[in-house]
Every structure is written in structure tokens, then in C-alpha cells.
Design a binder for this molecule. Structure first.
Ligand code: PXL
Length: 285
């Protein structure tokens, strides 16, 4: 038992705590733990709720506290197998992430960066163009970049257009992100025809695509669920394409487990999927 514990992978999740709304650390911690890795956390901000659809939310930027936490960790000689970053409270925190990577990246550490900035063609209202420019600076540090299509377009200065994509567009975005320094890219929100939704994973030749039937609606926190399952699967030694497919399947199952009349600001029932452990045991190869 003890030996198994010591051989567990250790993930550092660098995300906010949204107290209510099932996203960021409140999904990273349970998913990554249940899938068999230790999940340490470095909170970037403390919010009453996430910023999507709640009026009057509070947000405490934890940049200074992050610096103190990392300083207090220094004597502990911590080692992480993955650094997984998400929502940052301000542009300056991109420098905090850079410093963390400089401090903790070893040849055995995978850096997974979700450049959380927007969705549906729009920046989240707490961010601006300057934030996008700073986020671009993290691309060369990403072993795996996990943008949605909106974020990928912002990072590559590609005009956003509604409607289905073409393989040529998706491939050009993946190439631009890799030219900007991301080693591998897992792009979410891709579709070539109505009724499907999927991911594109950059590859040496053409991308790997994985599609699931599109479920009508927009569901909060699914990007963080996707990133957490992806990270935890990679920690289990699953190759990137299969990890991306498992993460997409998990999100679909979580949406199906959510009552159809639920207020989607409160996220999806990922707990129900974790309870079955379907994704943890059988779906991934
Ligand atoms: O799920 C991404 C996310 C994380 N954290 C906060 C957010 C969002 C998206 O809106 O507002 C605080």
C-alpha cells in the first residue's frame, strides 16, 4: 500500500477556487484524485462563483499569496509529474506560471496549459487584449496546450466565425500554435458538420480527430473537466490521443448525467461519472 502511494504521480493544479459553480479546482481535485494521482493545488484566485452568468461575484486575486506559498514550499523540495494551469486572475500571473515552470519542470514533468480566456467567440469579461498577449508568452512552455476553439483563435489572431470548421482551418491553427512553441495541442470545440463536436490533437502527419454527438446547450466547467481527465489519464501512462478521447467521453457522460432542466451555470454532474469509474477503468487504452 505504502509503495503504491509513493509511486503515485503528483500533479500541481494551478487554477482558481470558484466556491460555487463546479469548475477549476473544485473539479480538478476530485477528478485527478479519483483517477489515481495526488493533486496539489496552487490557487490563483478565490471567487464566490465563476464569472459566467453570475452577477456581483467576488474575486480575490491571489498573486502575492502564490509567491508566498511557493517560497514556503522551497525547503520541501517538492517534485511534480505534471504542472496543469488554468484560469489566471490577471496578466501578471502568466509570469507566476513561467516562474513555477522554471522552478519545477524536470525532464519527467509534463506541462499542461489550458489558456482559459473565453468561449463562443468572446473573451470572458474579466480579460482584455493585453491578457491575450501575455498568455501567448506561455505557449513555448507548454508540453500540451489545451485551448478551446475561441482561445486558439485568440492566440493565433484568427478571426472567429460561427459555424462548422474545415480541416484546413483546424490544421492551420494547430500549426500556428506549434510554431508559437506549444509542443503538442489538444484543441476542443471542433466540428466539421452539425450534430458533432470533438477534439483535434496535433500529430506528426495529420491531426487525430475524435468526435461525439453534439448535445444542445452550453455547459459550464466542461473545459476544466476535460483538462483534468486528460491530465489524469496522461499520468496513468495513456497516450495523448486516447487521453483526449477519454476526456471527451467523460464530458459527454457528465452532461448526460445532468438533469435536462438544470441551471447550467452550476456545472454538470461529473460526480456521477466518477462514481461509476467508467472512464478510469475501461475506456482508456
Ligand atoms: O471554467 C473556466 C473558468 C474557470 N474559473 C473561472 C471562470 C471560468 C470560466 O468562466 O470564470 C473563475
Amino acid at each position: 500500500m505504502l509503495l503504491w502511494f509513493y509511486s503515485m504521480k503528483n500533479v500541481l493544479a494551478i487554477h482558481d477556487i470558484s466556491c460555487v459553480g463546479r469548475c477549476s479546482l473544485t473539479v480538478c481535485l476530485p477528478i485527478i484524485s479519483a483517477m489515481g494521482s495526488t493533486c496539489a493545488s496552487l490557487p490563483t484566485a478565490l471567487l464566490s462563483t465563476h464569472t459566467g452568468g453570475f452577477d456581483g461575484f467576488t474575486c480575490l486575486d491571489l498573486t502575492d499569496e502564490m509567491r508566498k506559498i511557493v517560497a514556503a514550499w522551497r525547503p520541501l523540495s517538492l517534485k511534480f509529474d505534471a504542472l496543469y494551469s488554468g484560469f489566471l486572475a490577471c496578466a501578471a500571473q502568466t509570469d507566476t506560471v513561467k516562474n513555477l515552470i522554471a522552478e519545477y519542470k524536470t525532464p519527467h514533468t509534463t506541462v499542461i496549459i489550458d489558456p482559459v480566456m473565453g468561449d463562443d467567440g468572446k473573451l470572458y469579461k474579466v480579460f482584455d487584449k493585453a491578457f491575450v498577449e501575455k498568455m501567448k508568452q506561455l505557449l513555448p512552455l507548454a508540453d500540451i496546450l489545451v485551448p478551446n476553439i475561441t482561445e486558439a483563435m485568440l492566440l493565433t489572431d484568427t478571426p472567429y466565425s460561427d459555424g462548422s470548421h474545415t480541416p484546413a482551418l483546424i490544421e492551420s491553427i494547430l500549426i500556428k500554435l506549434q510554431k508559437a512553441g506549444a509542443k503538442q495541442v489538444v484543441l476542443t470545440g471542433v466540428f466539421f458538420k452539425e450534430g458533432e463536436l470533438g477534439v483535434a490533437v496535433s500529430g506528426a502527419q495529420s491531426p487525430y480527430y475524435y468526435f461525439t454527438p453534439r448535445i444542445a446547450g452550453s455547459f459550464h466547467g466542461t473545459g476544466d473537466i476535460f483538462g483534468s481527465v486528460l491530465t489524469a489519464s496522461l499520468m496513468r501512462g495513456v497516450r495523448l490521443e486516447a487521453a483526449a478521447a477519454a476526456a471527451a467521453d467523460f464530458v459527454v457522460q457528465a452532461i448526460h448525467a445532468t438533469p435536462p432542466n438544470a441551471d447550467t451555470r452550476y456545472g454538470v454532474n461529473f460526480e456521477a461519472v466518477l462514481k461509476t469509474f467508467a472512464v478510469c477503468t475501461s475506456n482508456i487504452v
